[in-house]
Design a protein around this ligand. Structure first.
Ligand code: NDP
Length: 493
């Protein structure tokens, strides 16, 4: 029997008042790995109320105290390293070599980062005049709702939770229905680390009901959201009723530009990494490749050869580098893009099929797929596929490369591959995106800000800028004149 999980509300493990549950499916084999409560509006309200009650005491703690709790959480994550990695692999299909070596250690590292960096937070003294002192202080927002996607189930929570918790907020987390188990485990570990009851609540339920109830809740000060652009738009409009702040980390279709002077072998390594890591289910994954005419054939030949070497199969095997996509309907959507690209006239260079091996037959696998001769009007080059399917196109000069790159509703990230750093920097400056890498793609650090522009959203996760996202700047003015009547009161006299 699959394990039946509980939500975390007010420090207690609870079922949904609806009495309903939903299944979490292992995408590598279609088996049920757990059952989670399917909460309703009353549960969301209970979680927000628990957070509201717990928030003042958590905010009143010193930064040092909160930081120490986070450091303990970081250590506990590593103490449960293997368990978390296996859980994420089971619910999401990410290869165990990735969840063991990347996701779980990074979660611990990022919590540790926020525990440290928040202690350096400061306010300002503003020299407005000799008769007063004007200062700014940073205050927590209160109760924040964190709504997260399934592509990196644990990491996407940690990005927001670390910054929100250390700055003194109480959180209600709504993980994705497809992969909620690691978040539930992180909630338990937060309690074990000494986070007071009610400061971290985890509710499970559908976005359309539970998620929307959280967004609409009048006592929630902010929604930190990562997910699809369409969902982000819906959240933005719902949040307007209560003039709620929203942080939106949304979709992308990220360009990978190979200039004429690029080191092709290194660009190919980067191309395969950025296209197929996590089966392409990365907001920053490279989906559109623009290669200078003079290097196109060489690049294509080498990238296709490298993609054919990727070992997909059972994600629980340390040998596997590519697992399935996260759920069946998503596989169907990705396959729809493959069919669409064929019909639109793109040239299939590799993949395009459902792998048919004993290991992959009952899972939701898509072979690494590359299309050549793509044009920017194809949906493959405009939409976010969010799977292991990419398109390659040619360009003649820098102006054309920049124009093709910017011809999108998204503005999340891009990369430029060149031996000439001056040209690389020049191109980076002309691209409308939150991050541009030169001779790299996908790499993200705790210390560097992450977030897009255009329909990829706004606000920043990670870096010290994430602390701004979960604090309010309050200005305090202190009169030092001691005079009952100030010169400017004369305007009314
Ligand atoms: P979704 O937008 O479908 O879901 C994200 C979260 O929102 C889930 O918890 C979901 O719940 C919830 N949700 C869905 N509908 C609503 C609603 N109406 N109101 C409130 N909450 C709702 O995204 P995916 O989970 O499919 O994630 C993939 C997307 O995330 C991609 O577009 C990707 O680019 C983006 N992403 C962006 C990143 C960035 O930094 N810019 C980083 C990582 C991913 P439920 O699961 O129950 O539907």
């Amino acid at each position: 029997m699959p394990e039946e999980y509980s939500m975390l509300i007010g420090g207690k493990k609870v079922k949904a008042t609806t009495g309903e549950v939903s299944e979490v499916i292992n995408p590598a084999n279609g088996q049920v790995v757990g059952m989670v409560p399917k909460c309703g509006e009353a549960d969301v309200d209970a979680a927000v109320r628990a957070a509201l009650e717990a928030a003042p005491a958590w905010a009143a703690r010193t930064m040092t105290e909160r930081s120490k709790v986070l450091l303990k959480l970081s250590r506990l994550i590593m103490a449960h390293h293997e368990e978390l990695a296996q859980l994420e692999t089971a619910e999401h299909g990410s290869p165990i070599r990735k969840t063991m070596n990347f996701d779980v250690p990074l979660c611990a590292e990022q919590i540790e980062y926020f525990a440290g960096v928040a202690r350096a937070m400061t306010g300002e003294t503003l020299p407005v005049g000799p008769w007063c002192t004007s200062i700014t202080i940073r205050e927590p927002l209160g109760v924040v709702g964190l709504i997260t996607p399934w592509n990196f189930p644990a990491l996407m929570v940690v990005w927001k939770l670390g910054a929100a918790l250390v700055t003194g907020n109480a959180c209600v987390v709504k993980p994705p229905s497809v992969a909620p188990l690691t978040t539930l485990k992180l909630g338990d570990l937060a309690m074990e680390a000494g986070v007071p009851a009610g400061v971290v609540n985890v509710i499970t339920g559908p976005g359309e009901t539970a998620g929307e109830a959280l967004v609409r809740h009048p006592q929630v000060a902010k929604i930190g959201f990562t997910g699809d652009t369409a969902t982000g738009k819906r959240i933005m409009s719902l949040a307007s009723d209560t003039v709620k702040q929203v942080g939106l980390e949304l979709g992308g279709n990220n360009a990978f530009i190979v200039l004429a002077d690029a080191d092709i072998d290194s660009a190919v390594e980067g191309a395969v990494w950025s296209a197929f890591f996590n089966s392409g289910q990365v907001c920053a994954a490279a989906g559109r490749f623009y290669v200078h005419d003079s290097r196109y054939d060489e690049f294509v030949e080498k990238m296709v050869a490298a993609a054919r070497q990727l070992r997909y199969g059972d994600p629980m095997s340390m040998e596997t580098v590519m697992g399935p996509v996260a759920y069946e309907a998503h596989r169907d959507k990705v396959e729809g893009y493959i069919e669409g690209a064929k019909k639109a006239g793109a040239r299939l260079l590799c993949g395009g099929t459902r792998p048919d091996t004993p290991e992959t037959r009952s899972g939701f696998f898509v072979a690494p797929t590359i299309f050549g001769d793509c044009t920017n009007d194809m949906r493959l080059m405009q939409d976010e596929v969010f799977g292991p399917v990419v398109g390659i196109s040619r360009f003649k000069d820098l102006d054309e490369a920049v124009a093709l790159t910017n011809d999108t509703k998204y503005g999340l990230s891009a990369s430029v591959w060149t031996r000439d750093l001056r040209t690389g920097l020049n191109v980076a400056g002309r691209i409308k995106a939150g991050t541009v890498w030169i001779n790299e793609h996908l790499i993200i650090f705790c210390e560097t800000p992450w977030g897009g522009c255009k329909q990829s959203g706004w606000g920043k996760d990670l870096s010290t800028m994430a602390l701004d996202e979960y604090t309010m700047t309050k200005h305090i003015y202190i009169d030092l004149t001691g005079e009952p009547v100030k010169p400017w009161y004369g305007l009314l006299k």
